[in-house]
Design a protein around this ligand. Sequence first.
Ligand code: HEC
Length: 211
Amino acid sequence: MKTRLIAVGLLAAFATGMAVAANKETSSTSEAEKAFRSSFRSDNPGYWMKRLDQDETMALCSKYKNVPPKNVKLKIERDQMATIRYPIEGKLIGDWREGEKLASSGKGGHIGFIQPDPPGTARGGNCYACHQMSPKEVAYGTIGPSLKHFAKTRGSSEEIVKYVYDKVYNSNAFTACTNMPRIGYNNWLTPEQITHIVAYVLDPESPVNQE
Ligand code: HEC
């Protein structure tokens, strides 16, 4: 009986300890959030600040430090999958030449007082910031996997075409807390522009699938 009481007491102490730790974390998180927000100059154009607001998906990924429990992960992926929109004509493969321009450009989203992109600057998909694509292009980031010879290794069946379109439109539909931006979901590129990027990844003529 005594042992059990001690065990219960220990458990309670442990649980209280966890609650205190959790509270500490919440308050330092909100302090960090405040410090981050106040680091932006107050005369910045208001739309910069809007980019700091998290939607439900981002808030959940922050809460679970990008490793949500399985039910949360599945919920995020299901909800994000339901956001995907297709071009009116329904054709998911466009022109790889247009796709190449979009994939290679990181323009359109820069903020900051020294060299911000003026509003209306044509936007790029910035794929090379994170992915190897054409073997001829030597400047690329490695946050994402290499997409070199993607059609050669994965094929270009209807499923693969749809997968690449969907992935670019809303990456979180496949990996709840991915580092890849939601390019269609955030209206960064239009569905038509995404079809050009799909062609760049999958067209056998595209440099991505050449030597
Ligand atoms: C900020 C980095 C980042 C950018 C920018 C980015 N991606 Fe990704 N991408 C990733 C990461 C990380 C993964 C792997 C994790 C995942 O699946 O979400 C990935 C996965 C993918 C996959 C799935 C690969 C596979 O083997 O199934 C495709 C296709 C893809 N990206 C295409 C693109 C294209 C096309 C662009 C440009 C429009 C792009 N990505 C922009 C980070 C990025």
